[in-house]
Design a protein around this ligand. Sequence first.
Ligand code: ATP
Length: 426
Amino acid sequence: MNSIIKVEDVSKIYKLYMNPSDRLKESLHPLKKSYHKEFFALNNLSFHVNNGESVGIIGKNGSGKSTLLKIITGVLSPTTGSVHVQGKISALLELGAGFNPDFSGLENIYLNGTMMGFSKEEMDAKLDDIIQFADIGDFIHQPVRTYSSGMFVRLAFAVAINVEPEILIVDEALSVGDIFFQAKCFKKFTEFKEQGKTILFVTHDMSSIMKYCDRVIVINEGVIIEEGPPGPMIDVYKKILVDMYDKNEGIQPQTLEEIKDEHGSWKDNLSINPGYTEYGNKRAEILDYAIFDHNNDLTNVVLKGKEFKIKLKIRFNEPLRDPIFAFSIKDVRGTEITGTNTMLESVDIKEAVAGKIIEVCFTQTNHLQGGDYLISLGCTCYEGNDFVVFHRLYDIMNLHVISNKNSVGFFDMNSKILISDFERNG
Ligand SMILES: Nc1ncnc2c1ncn2[C@@H]1O[C@H](COP(=O)(O)OP(=O)(O)OP(=O)(O)O)[C@@H](O)[C@H]1O
């Protein structure tokens, strides 16, 4: 395969000064005393991207993804190492990069064109397509400093894709656009892929990674951790997010028992909503909780169409009759999407003696659409006509659903479609 991007032993070192004056002291010191600490934003990275590949770069905030893209596009230079690119790059980096805020949208289109080596006549020919794609109306004649972030990204993407690049580099920016614009951009991604162009993109949206990437590079603390197909690489990323990635272990799944032994409680290894609500008389208490994906990995991220588990560990602080255990799932706007409890499911809790700890496991197939949700947990009961809340944790954990096919609405009914010829009788 023909490598179109070659990154060889690239490091980027920033000098960090404790005080702004230290920089001056250092430059004036007669014996060249050092007043800074070195910080490796990238540490000896090497990889190749082949012609026609779509490669995703994923990693936590601050792992070095944007720095890497900036070095590939030539916006930043590496401290050591080299980058070779064959072909014209069009890049969508930080919002507004490459735009002059005082120029109108129209003027910026020509400015960008000139920077990419196009003549005025060549840009004249592309202008209609760019304006049509950006679809920002009369704002095209206004200075771009008056633009919303969505308008910025519309114009920037419209320019980036209409200058016939061989390599398209996109850093997260698309998440700013509205849903229709995002759909339009992803349609372009698909067209680009079909035309055999090379795409390199950074995103925190794992559904796009699943859908558009042939290969994924996982970066952590400036180092490439793993690279490979999207599915296993997303598993690596999920582990990094909860500090459970072990270099030596690679992407082997851990068993539940191992997780408990090595990492203490489940909840310590999940991302928990700091703004959750808790109440109840704690006659029964939720001690621990977790989500496990189809591989039995402890995680906040699950795949659409796969089975996953919600687990609760509960201690009875006094003898109780017929306690009910429940979970519910809301979308980020607070709409309750689904949920159930042991009473609705006719599950009997045999013994609720004081001091006993039980584990409740809800297993289900995930039909939710891709996106973010919040899980609430509860332990309640009916005492006569009174509804008693022992312990409730509202919106405690986030559930991120990864999907490579979304349908319309809250969930997917997995419709089967049959198309056949219609034959009229008689
Ligand atoms: N000019 C700079 N001076 C010092 N440190 C910097 C500078 N630019 C970036 N860094 C540091 O380099 C590291 C990598 O930053 P980078 O923006 O590449 O991360 P990222 O993976 O793109 O993060 P995010 O997902 O939040 O966009 C971070 O720790 C950041 O603070």
